[in-house]
Design a protein around this ligand. Structure first.
Ligand SMILES: [Zn+2]
Length: 390
C-alpha cells in the first residue's frame, strides 16, 4: 500500500508543525492527485522536517512533495521558499535515475485567491524545471501559468516584474554563454538555485554563475552544488560553472579569469551592482544598442586610477570599484571611445575629439542621446565623474 513518510519535528522554532501541515485533508488531496486513491498509510519519522517535505512511496514510484507556505498573502517572497531545498534533497537522493514528475510542489492558501507576479515567476521556474504543481486550494492559483520557452523569455519577464531594487539575482546573455549574478545567502541563495535549474533545463549555451559574496555571506551549499551536478547529468544540460566574485571578466570575450592581484576589485560584484541599479536592463547610455553581448559595464572613475590612488584605503578602493554608481552600460564602440578619451562623457554633456571629419561624422551619427540618462547623473555618480581623469 502507498505510504506517506514524513519527518515530524519542526525545522525552525517558529515554523509550522508538520503534523498540522500534512493533515488528513491535505494528504487526501495529495493522494487523489498522485495515486487516484485515498487508501494510504502515514509513517511519522523522527527528525526535523526541512523543506515542508513529505514522501509518498508506492511499489512503483516515489513522489517527493514540498508544500508552499500556508498562504500566498503571508511572506510574499517566501511563499515557495522551501521548494529549492526540497528539490536539492530530491536530486541528491534520486541522483541519475529520477523522473521530474516525481517531484511535486503543492500550493496552499488560507484565503488569498491569487499569486503575486513574483510568486508566478517562481511557479514558472518550477514548471520550466519540470516540477509537477498541485493546487490544493479551490482558487486555481496556477491557472494560465506556463513554463518559460527560452532564457530570453525569462530575462524579459524578470525585467518586466520590477521588484524595485529587490531582485537578488540577474542573468545576462554574453553571446557564447549566459552569466548569472546571484546572491547566495539564505532566501537569496534559494532563488539563485532555482534559477540555475531552470536556466540549465532550457539553455543551449553553458552557464556561468558568479556568486556575489557580500559581507561574509556564504556561497551556495554543498547540497545545492551536488544537486546541480546530478541535474546536469540526468538531463544532459549544458555545463554550469560556479565561480565567486573574485574574478575578472574580459570585456571582449566575456571569459572569466581569477583576479590574482593582491587587491581584488571584484568585477562580478560591480556588474551585479550595475544590473541592480538598472533593474537588470543592459542598454548603452549613448545609443539605442541593447544587444546584450555587446553591452559592457564601464567604470566612470577607472579601476586603473582607483588602484593608483594612494589616498584611498584598500576598503575604499574595493567600494569604489564595485559601486554601481561608478558605472554605466556602454556598447563596445562607445566603451572603447570613452576609455580612449576620444569620447568625453560628463553629467553636463557629451563631446568628442574632432581630428578627422569622417570619424567625427561616424561618432556624431552613433550618438542617439545628447545627454546622459538621469540614472547616471545622480550626486554619487557626479562624484565619480569629477574624479575621472580625461
Ligand atoms: Zn552605444
Amino acid at each position: 500500500m502507498a505510504t506517506f513518510i514524513i519527518k515530524k519535528d519542526k525545522f525552525q522554532v517558529k515554523g509550522e508543525d508538520p503534523q498540522n501541515m500534512f493533515n488528513k485533508q491535505v494528504l487526501d488531496r495529495l493522494a487523489i492527485e498522485l495515486i487516484r486513491s485515498t487508501t494510504y498509510n502515514v509513517r511519522w519519522e523522527p527528525g526535523h522536517n526541512e523543506g515542508q517535505f513529505a514522501k509518498l512511496v508506492t511499489p512503483l514510484r516515489t513522489f517527493y512533495i514540498s508544500l508552499s507556505k500556508s498562504d500566498p498573502g503571508e511572506g510574499r517572497n517566501s511563499y515557495l521558499q522551501s521548494s529549492p531545498t526540497a528539490f536539492a534533497n530530491f536530486m541528491n537522493e534520486v541522483k541519475n535515475q529520477g523522473k521530474l514528475g516525481d517531484f511535486v510542489v503543492a500550493l496552499r492558501s488560507q484565503g488569498r485567491t491569487y499569486l503575486t507576479d513574483y510568486q508566478k515567476f517562481v511557479v514558472r521556474m518550477l514548471l520550466t524545471i519540470g516540477v509537477k504543481i498541485i493546487d490544493l486550494t479551490a482558487y486555481n492559483l496556477n491557472r494560465n501559468i506556463q513554463p518559460f520557452s527560452s532564457i530570453e523569455d525569462m530575462i524579459r519577464t524578470r525585467q518586466a516584474s520590477k521588484r524595485a531594487n529587490n531582485n537578488p539575482t540577474f542573468f545576462t546573455d554574453e553571446g557564447e554563454n549566459y552569466h548569472l549574478y546571484g546572491k547566495t545567502f539564505g532566501a537569496n541563495g534559494k532563488e539563485t538555485a532555482l534559477l540555475c535549474y531552470a536556466m540549465m533545463k532550457i539553455s543551449t549555451k553553458p552557464i556561468r554563475l558568479f556568486q556575489i559574496l557580500d559581507n561574509g555571506e556564504s556561497s551556495l551549499s554543498g547540497e545545492d552544488v551536488q544537486a546541480f551536478a546530478h541535474f546536469a547529468y540526468l538531463f544532459s544540460t549544458p555545463s554550469m560553472d560556479i565561480l565567486d566574485d573574485t574574478y575578472e571578466i574580459d570585456d571582449f570575450t566575456s571569459q572569466a579569469y581569477p583576479d590574482t592581484s593582491t587587491l581584488q576589485l571584484r568585477q562580478p560584484r560591480f556588474i551585479y551592482n550595475l544590473l541592480e541599479k538598472t533593474n537588470g536592463e543592459k542598454k548603452c547610455a549613448l545609443c539605442d544598442c541593447k544587444i546584450s553581448p555587446l553591452i559592457q559595464a564601464a567604470h566612470i572613475y577607472s579601476v586603473a586610477d582607483i588602484k593608483k590612488n594612494v589616498s584611498l584605503t584598500d576598503d575604499e578602493k574595493v567600494r569604489m570599484a564595485t559601486d554601481g554608481n561608478n558605472g554605466m552600460w556602454l556598447c563596445m564602440h562607445h566603451h572603447k571611445l570613452f576609455d580612449s578619451a576620444i569620447l568625453r562623457i560628463t553629467p553636463n554633456g557629451i563631446s568628442y575629439v574632432k581630428n578627422d571629419d569622417a570619424d567625427s561624422q561616424f561618432i556624431e551619427h552613433s550618438l542617439k542621446e545628447k545627454r546622459l540618462p538621469t540614472i547616471y547623473t545622480n550626486s554619487e555618480s557626479r562624484k565619480y565623474f569629477s574624479m575621472r581623469k580625461f
